[in-house]
Design a binder for this molecule. Structure first.
Ligand code: MG
Length: 217
């Protein structure tokens, strides 16, 4: 069976890089007020865009949009990519999954070369048979869904509502993990629309357990 996996927030902790890039973007835009990075992160975990999170933290809307645009331009710069650490247990879980299944990472990134280098640097290259990168933004879910269909990906694990939309467009099962961009409450709300239940789990280790149970059913 081929398992699809999101990367940011599912395999790696996306918080350190996002915060490092935000500090730099705020400085580049001349933000005078101190930035509460933890508060911004919590707003994002509850479903806000970066600009919405900055505004919720008291930043003027025009300034927030400038910082947000700068952040989008720079967050995948080479200087920031090493800020993505593997989430706890990710390497062990991927090693065990790769022994029994084909693994495909499907990620929304601006720079395919950057994520490919990260996968190698994090010691995942021998575990992941396929890497597919789609453009971030409004079209990401449809583009991911097309890859799910074309590459015959049987199920997907991700950390955002966009991942959920992609799996539903392709008609494949999805598990959501709350270790990344969105928290469990937000994710449960996104998936609570009367469609067949979507497991909202903690981490990849929980996904591995869910997979084991599902295969026994
Ligand atoms: Mg993600």
């Amino acid at each position: 069976m081929k398992i699809g996996l999101d990367f940011d927030g599912t395999i790696v902790d996306c918080r350190p890089r996002q915060q490092a890039a935000l500090v730099a973007a705020a400085a580049a835009c001349g933000l005078a007020a101190p930035l509460d990075l933890d508060a911004v992160w919590q707003h994002r975990r509850h479903g806000a865009t970066l600009v919405e999170a900055l505004v919720a933290c008291g930043i003027d809307a025009t300034e927030a949009r400038r910082i947000g645009a700068c952040w989008v331009e720079t967050v995948e710069d080479d200087d920031f990519l090493p800020h993505d650490p593997l989430l706890p247990d990710a390497l062990a879980v991927l090693t065990r999954l790769a022994a029994r299944h084909d693994l495909a990472i499907v990620s929304a990134r601006r720079r395919p070369d950057g994520i490919a280098r990260q996968i190698a640097d994090l010691g995942l290259a021998d575990l992941v048979g396929e890497l597919h990168v789609v453009a971030p933004g409004a079209g990401a879910a449809a583009a991911k869904a097309e890859i799910f269909r074309r590459r015959k990906i049987a199920c997907f694990v991700g950390d955002t509502e966009s991942d959920l939309r992609a799996a539903r467009l392709a008609g494949i099962p999805i598990c959501l993990v709350a270790a990344g961009q969105r928290d469990g409450t937000w994710l449960a709300r996104q998936s609570d629309d009367g469609a067949p239940g979507v497991p909202v789990l903690g981490t990849l280790a929980d996904f591995e357990n869910w997979m084991s149970d599902a295969l026994l059913r």
